[in-house]
Design a protein around this ligand. Structure first.
Ligand code: HEM
Length: 368
């Protein structure tokens, strides 16, 4: 029988009613852990890494997670790339007068907006491998980010194979495009090549790291954009005339409210690196524990789940380096979408879909 990713939202709701059950296995080797204390104790005592030291993003089969210095360099690089970022006007063409579907249109639009951060145009253009990389990125965003991470169209095994397929090919091209050290990274290619330069990183691991960054860049931001428009397009419409000279604070509040109710990055995984026993159950090394972004935030009473599962951008050492860049991009893109005329065929909100990202319900929208 084929095994599909579980719909975590449903599992969590059931679990919420099963009072006193500290753990729930949602698929082999993936465990939801209810008590923050338990999670902290387990990960601190049994492993060499604390919750704060692990990362849900900077990891691969061989580097779980990448060493601290590498992660700091990557996060610093992301902040600086996003701070300086000025999208080419080309992105505006990406959603002219089209009928689209949630879940996916936001990711495509954000992908065009951030295209220059993924592969900087110009200096690399003479290399034929740039065309191949762009084609692979389009395929990756469609297949892995939209169809797998958001819509869960594939069984787990196929999802893994899809990731491996893109990671291997992308990693090979990144090696060809690696120009060595540049004073400040021009794009995510420079960033991952330079930050991992001192490590023995395989092509596949390099590709996976790059693609995980693309997933965070376009996946989380794109799905937040879809939620923002679904929840607040009317309020955005009232603010649009004042932007950018005014209204920034109001937009940020709308985005914060969207993320508070629908935290797109709700499912953060930490992997155990030794066998341990919790609540009389033995878990082998390599078990994935779904833990909250902040142990404190996990200590809920009877609130709704997973809406109150933590802070939208994480906390502590592994908090999101893309926060400020994502917020600015969201405001800019959301206003452009509203300015061009955003319509929703149905405003009825049904149950969201909790896969890797907390995706909005399906509905048709019209852009531009
Ligand atoms: C609305 C959009 C976004 C949301 C909601 C979001 C959310 C988060 C959260 C909750 C974490 C903590 C993960 C953990 O503790 O395991 C995180 C980490 C991270 N985010 Fe974002 N993110 C967003 C946009 C971005 C963007 C635009 C980038 C740019 C590449 C990015 C890159 C990362 C990276 C690299 C990490 C790992 C940091 C580390 O482990 O040290 N994110 N993000």
């Amino acid at each position: 029988m084929r095994r599909f990713h579980p719909n975590l939202y449903r599992v969590i709701q059931e679990w919420e009613h099963a009072k006193g059950e500290p753990l729930r296995e949602i698929s082999p080797n993936v465990i939801l852990i209810r008590s923050a204390d338990l999670a902290v104790k387990f990960l601190r005592n049994q492993n060499e890494l604390t919750i704060e030291e692990q990362s849900g993003f900077y990891r691969s089969a061989n580097f779980n997670p990448y060493p601290k210095g590498v992660r700091e360099e990557l996060s610093g690089g992301i902040r600086s790339l996003l701070r300086k970022y000025d999208p080419a006007d080309l992105w505006l063409e990406s959603f002219s007068a089209m009928r689209a579907e949630t879940r996916g249109w936001g990711i495509e639009v954000v992908g065009s907006y951030f295209s220059e951060i993924m592969v900087r145009a110009g200096v690399r253009e003479e290399k034929s491998s740039v065309g191949a990389l762009r084609a692979l990125l389009r395929g990756y965003i469609r297949v892995v980010v939209i169809e797998d991470a958001v819509n869960r169209r594939y069984p787990l095994r196929t999802a893994e194979l899809n990731m491996n397929y893109y990671a291997t090919r992308v990693g090979r091209i990144l090696r060809l495009l690696d120009d060595g050290w540049t004073e400040s990274p021009r794009d995510i290619i420079d960033l991952v090549c330079q930050a991992t330069g001192g490590l023995c990183v395989s092509e596949e691991d390099l590709g996976e790291l790059y693609l995980r960054l693309i997933l965070s860049l376009v996946g989380f931001t794109g799905i937040t954009l879809e939620w923002l428009l679904i929840c607040h397009h009317e309020a955005l419409g009232k603010l649009v005339d004042g932007y950018p000279s005014g209204g920034k604070g109001d937009v940020m509040r709308l985005i914060a409210e969207t993320l508070r109710e629908h935290p797109t990055a709700w499912r953060l995984v930490r992997t155990s690196i030794s066998t341990t026993t919790i609540a009389n159950k033995v878990f082998p090394a390599g078990t994935d524990f779904v833990v909250p972004t902040s142990p404190k935030a996990f200590e809920y009473g009877s609130g709704r789940l997973p809406m109150n599962w933590g802070l939208a951008f994480g906390v502590g050492e592994s908090a999101c380096p893309g926060r400020s860049g994502a917020l600015d991009a969201l405001a800019e893109i959301a206003f452009e979408v509203v300015r061009r005329g955003y319509q929703q065929e149905s405003a009825r909100l049904s149950r969201p879909y909790a896969a890797s990202l907390l995706a909005p319900p399906r509905m048709a929208v019209r852009l531009g």
